[in-house]
Design a protein around this ligand. Sequence first.
Ligand code: NAD
Length: 513
Amino acid sequence: TKEITDVLQQLGVKETNPAYSTGLVWGGQEGRQTRTITSPADGNTIATVSMATPEDYEKVVQTAQEAFKSWRKVTSPKRGEIVRQIGDKLRQHKEALGKLVSYEMGKIYQEGLGEVQEMIDICDFAVGLSRQLHGYTMHSERPQHRMYEQYHPLGIVGVISAFNFPVAVWSWNTMLAAVCGDVVIWKPSEKTPLTGIACQHILREVLAENELPEGIFNLVIGDAEIGSLMSHDKRIPLVSATGSTRMGKKVGEAVGARLGKSLLELGGNNAIILTENADLEMALRAIVFGAVGTCGQRCTSTRRLIIHENVYEQVKERLLKIYPNLPIGHPLDSTTLVGPLIDKEAVQAFTAALENVQQEGGTLLTGGEVLSGDGYETGTYVKPAIVEAQNQYEMVQEETFAPILYLIKYKGDVENAIELQNGVRQGLSSSIFSTNLLETEAFLSHWGSDCGIANVNIGTSGAEIGGAFGGEKDTGGGRESGSDAWRVYMRRQTNTINYSRELPLAQGIRFDI
Ligand code: NAD
C-alpha cells in the first residue's frame, strides 16, 4: 500500500530483501530461498526477503569477530555516545517505525509506538549505564595487595527474537551489549523480518556517520536453522533467545552443551488475582488490556483470572458486558483495540485450545469466533474468548498465544489464590488486585508469587525498561533490560595486585624454595 511504501521510504529502507547485513554491507539475494511477508492486518504483501544460507551466516560471524577486536577498545562512554545517536534517530523515526511494527506484526498503532518508545528508553538507559559498569573493590588479606573486579566485553552476542515484540526485545539486548563492548548478531523472527531490516538501516546510518567498521551490529534473516547454528556456535559466548519454551529448551541445551551462556526469555502463563478487597473498576481495565491487548500475543498477556468467590459473579458479569463490544479491526485504525493474530496457524491454535478446554469441562462464556467478511478477509481476526475453567486443566496449564482468558474461582484465604497462581509450569508475570495490605504483602513475600514479575494493583503486562525483565521455571530464568541485567553481557574478572616486595601466599601457605 502507498502508506507503507511511504513509511519504508521515510525509514530509508532501500534493501527490502537482503539475506544478511553486517551494518554497512548488505548481502545475498540470488540463489537463496525467499519468504514472502504479508501483513496479518489485510493480507497484503509487504516484502519478499531472502533467507540467509550457512555461508552467509559464516561471513557474518567472521565480520563480527573482526569488528569486536576494535569495538572492545572503544571506551564505554564513547560506545554510549553511539547508542545515544541511535536513540536520537529512533526518536525521529518513531511514527514510521511504529507504523511498520503495527502493520507487519498486527499490534495496534498505539502499541507499535509504545514498542519504539521502549527502544528509545533502553537507549537512554544504556547511555547512562555506559558510565556505570562497575564492579566491587575488596580488601585483600595480604599486605600491600589490592583486589578489585572488572567487567569486560564477552564478544559476539547472538540475539534470537520472537515475532510479537519484533524490535523492542532486540533493542533491550543490543543497546546493553553495545555499551558493554560486545558486537551483536540478530536473527529476528522469520515472521517479522522487515522491521528488523528497517532497524538495521537506522543503525547503518549511525555506523557510517561515525566511521565505525562493519560487523558491530549484524542482521541475519533466517528461521530455526540459523537459530540452531547460532546456538551451537562456540564463537558466540552468549545467546539471548526470546520465544516459546519449546525453542528455549533446544537453544538452552545446545548452548549448555558447549558451556556457553544463554539468556532465555520464554513463554508465560500469567495470572491476576482478584481478591474480595480489589478495586474492581481499576482491575477491569487492567484485566481487559492484559487479556486482549496485542490480541493476547504478549509474553505477559493475562491468561488466568483467579477470582474470590464473593466477587466472582460480579466480575464475570462485568467482563461479559465489555467483551462483546471490543472494537476488533485493522491495527492502524485508531478506534481499534484488538488487532489480528499473526497468522492462520495462530488462529488454529486459538480454536483448538477452546475446543480442548471445553472437552476438559470448561465453559465458553463469550467469543471464540473467527471473524469473516468486510475487513476480516485474512481470516486472522478472532473474537477474544472468556472460559470458565479449572487451573489444573491441561489447556489452562499451557500458554496459548491468543486472547483466551480463563476464569478460575478461589475460596478462603489469599494463600489459596497464590497456590493456584503458582500452580503452572511457567513463571513470568503475576499480579494481585487488593487494597488490603495483608493480602498484597503475602503475595509479594517469600511464600508469595514465584514469578519474575509480581505487581500490585497493576496488570500483568506493560513492564517498564528500568526493571529486570524475565521469569522463572519454564520461562527460562533470564533477565533483560534494566537493573543489573547488563552483567550477563560481560565477563567478570577478579584482579589482585601486589605492590610489595614480598610474595605472601593466600591462606598463609608456606612454600619456600
Ligand atoms: P518461537 O519460539 O516460535 O520463535 C522465536 C524465535 O526462535 C524465532 O526467531 C525462531 O526463528 C527461533 N527458533 C525457533 N526454533 C528454534 C531453534 N530450534 N533454535 C534456534 N532458534 C529457533 O516463538 P514466537 O512464536 O515467535 O513467539 C511467541 C513466544 O515467545 C511465546 O511463547 C511468548 O511467550 C514468547 N515471548 C517471551 C518473551 C519474554 O520476554 N519472556 C517475550 C516475547 C515473547
